[in-house]
Design a protein around this ligand. Sequence first.
Ligand code: ADP
Length: 228
Amino acid sequence: MIYFDKVSKIYNGTGKTVALEDVSFAIEPGEFVSIVGQSGAGKTTLLKMLLAEEAPTSGSVFFESTNINELRDAEKPLLRRRIGTVFQDFKLLPNKTAYENIAFAMEVAGRAEEEIAADVPHVLELVDLGNKMWNFPHQLSGGERQRVAIARAIVNQPDLIIADEPTGNLDPVNTYEIVQIFRKINDMGTTVFLTTHNKGIIDSIKKRVITLEHGRVSRDDKAGQYVL
Ligand code: ADP
């Protein structure tokens, strides 16, 4: 489903930064893959390439048979519609309720009113927030906000969910709950690709872990270990 083929990325800022160096791996549909590594290891850069937000300096990134670097600007939204995204800072719209945040994502994707009315309560139930549908983000805890963001990410039934440090702002109890939700989504068939530097998460997920060190893949373990 995803294939990184000898991908390198050099940022040209005040100096040259090698963010990724000769990174190759493949992810099959239905996998749950965590990318671990210290801050600056290149994790976010990797996810941005899947969204066509950053292009490799050399090498190629494929989503199914599509070479992402060869997409024209007009084609990028189609790719992004197939990928649900979750971020450390939730990125909810502050002046919209939980329901409206999710409904908005469906409207943007061109979904019909009836579908929106049926699907929004359903995904909120799935993340156990059926009773907080009409709360604004400031009336929700951090863990609840992240659950709204996850509901929003899955509502258009993407093939892939990518999550960049999704538990970075959460305490251990909320972290555990969020991980359980990702597992549930994965069990329902969606491929999950997340970044973290939380060792506890990795040890509890017991799924594939790719370790990045200074932009290079240093380990690729089938069943979860965080070794740095
Ligand atoms: P991580 O997500 O693992 O913390 P990043 O992918 O964000 O790592 O960053 C990898 C390296 O690339 C870091 O050294 C970072 O400073 C650098 N970097 C990231 N984005 C940019 C950018 N837009 N311009 C210049 N350097 C960048």
